[in-house]
Design a protein around this ligand. Structure first.
Ligand SMILES: Nc1ncnc2c1ncn2[C@@H]1O[C@H](COP(=O)(O)OP(=O)(O)OP(=O)(O)O)[C@@H](O)[C@H]1O
Length: 246
């Protein structure tokens, strides 16, 4: 589904990524871990389109996205959350999700609005149903009418996840999703991510979360992939242990 092939990134004399390759299968959750400076953020920036690689390519379901802008990547179904939550504080939780749904318009202009054209009403109903579904998935139904600004960071992060999910992305990129969360919220988030059924690539420092949530893990060190595999194998890999212990 998501494929990264031979990606290298140079920053001046620093090779931040060195021929990184991996594939995330449809519906799979893949984690990216590695010590500080390993290249995780750079990799995320390459996949989401904020950084153009010096070499290599990124493709989604066979379509080459390497030279495609972040906005076009989002249209192609690649959605990203950021370490700093980006929600609308003055909107309720439900309206935050509603605002994230792609509004293609109902056709017919103002006259149709006034007449409540049936097609438009149907679209509106579908949008509201989707909001309810996504809120339920993220455990936000009890908070649907709360203003996002009033929520603690953990819940805001769930709102951000709900917004990213709203129009059914093909691939979700989660950048440090547990940062600022307490232990209970982290467990809640792990359950929500696993329940999605969406292809996910996530960068995360919390090893417990990564081991619990991911189907496969890619380990980076000094810009290179030093291991790829399921959590149990990664946990025991001597090369990975050596990289972390320095
Ligand atoms: N804009 C930049 N200009 C120059 N060097 C950079 C730039 N961004 C990152 N680097 C360097 O590239 C390497 C990889 O950095 P990156 O931030 O991707 O690592 P990381 O794994 O995300 O680290 P951390 O866990 O600390 O966030 C580091 O050596 C870093 O100093």
């Amino acid at each position: 589904m998501l494929s990264v092939e031979g990606v290298s990134v140079w920053f001046g004399g620093v090779k931040a990524l060195d021929e990184v390759s991996f594939e995330v299968g449809e519906g799979r959750i893949q984690g990216v871990i590695g010590p500080n400076g390993a290249g995780k953020t750079t990799l995320f920036d390459v996949v989401s389109g904020l950084c153009r690689p010096s070499e290599g390519r990124v493709s989604l379901a066979g379509r080459d996205l390497t030279r495609v802008s972040p906005v076009q990547r989002a249209r192609a179904g690649l959605r990203r959350t950021f370490q700093r939550t980006q929600v609308f504080g003055r909107l309720t939780v439900a309206d935050n999700v509603l605002a994230a749904l792609d509004w293609h318009g109902g056709g017919g202009g103002l006259a149709a609005d006034l007449a409540g054209w049936p097609g438009r009403r149907r679209l509106e109903r579908e949008r509201r149903e989707r909001v309810a579904e996504v809120l339920e998935l993220c455990g936000l139904t009890p908070l649907r009418d709360a203003y996002a600004a009033a929520l603690p960071v953990g819940q805001r992060r769930l709102v951000e996840l709900a917004r990213a999910l709203a129009d059914r992305p093909r691939v979700l990129l989660l950048d440090e999703p547990t940062s600022g969360l307490d232990a209970d919220q982290t467990v809640r988030l792990a359950a929500a991510v696993k329940a999605l059924g969406t292809t996910v690539l996530l960068v995360e420092h919390d090893m417990g979360f990564v081991m619990e949530t991911c189907d496969t893990i890619v380990v980076l060190d000094l810009g290179k992939v030093i291991a790829t595999g399921p959590p149990a194998a990664i946990r025991q890999d001597p090369v990975v242990r050596a990289a972390y212990l320095g």
